[in-house]
Ligand binder design. Structure first.
Ligand code: C5P
Length: 215
């Protein structure tokens, strides 16, 4: 069982994916972490994340043991990630790893939940269930602002909103695997939902699918 969850930054897709995987006993892969790790590897080495050769070399050398590094949760990592993610060679280098996780989930799990921007469209087009999680850009910027402030970081609302819009534009506008809603994805708009409500909505969709596939 493969569940594909795509959507823009701070849409709630990460929280939903984690909770869904926990509830169903499936393995979870936050594919944004892969791009973040590649972006930060380039930045830390003093390189330019928009340079294809440097970024592709970093993607091929990616060590998945580093995915827990707290620096990967920062906005600096998110911005570097969206730059390396626009490079076709980087996406190609990370594709096999993501597909292997989906088809052979670790720890004997019977299923996998992958979240990102192109899971339902490119990485796992044959996924058993697909969600596109979204929310208004203002809601998403506000969530990010609260998160940054909760972590003791001083952030201005207009800066966070501007960065969010820039990242959306870069992710949707790139020529290779742009962020897109798969034709067969179920849209979940979390603007007026909390994490529990989003989980319930996703579980209801999955339950309906299971019933539908039995009849
Ligand atoms: O989801 P997250 O904010 O961690 O992703 C960071 C960046 O990585 C995104 O802005 C996007 O550019 C890139 N990404 C991607 N494809 C994915 C996951 C993330 O291009 N499947």
């Amino acid at each position: 069982m493969i569940i594909a969850i795509d959507g823009p930054a701070a849409s709630g897709k990460g929280t939903l994916s984690r909770r869904l995987a926990g509830r169903l006993g499936y393995a979870h892969l936050d594919t944004g972490k892969l791009y973040r790790a590649v972006g930060m590897a380039v930045v830390r080495a003093g390189g330019d994340p928009t340079d294809p050769e440097t970024a592709e070399t970093a993607a091929r050398a990616l060590d998945t043991a580093t995915l827990g590094d707290p620096v990967l949760t920062t906005d600096e990592a998110g911005i570097a990630a969206s730059k390396v993610a626009a490079i076709p060679g980087v996406r190609a280098a990370l594709l096999d790893l993501q597909r292997a996780f989906a088809s052979r989930p670790p720890n004997g799990c019977r299923g996998a939940v992958l979240d990102g921007r192109d899971i339902g469209t490119v990485v796992c087009p044959d996924a058993d269930a697909k969600f596109f999680v979204t929310a208004s850009v203002e809601t998403r910027a506000n969530r990010r602002l609260l998160e940054l402030r909760a972590n003791g970081l001083d952030a201005k609302e207009e800066d966070v909103l501007r960065d969010m819009k820039e990242r959306d534009a870069r992710d949707s506008g790139r020529s290779v695997a742009p962020m897109a809603q798969a034709a067969d994805a179920v849209v979940l708009d979390t603007s007026n939902m909390n994490a529990e409500q989003a989980l319930d909505a996703a579980l209801a969709v999955l339950a309906e699918k299971t019933v539908g596939s039995r009849s």
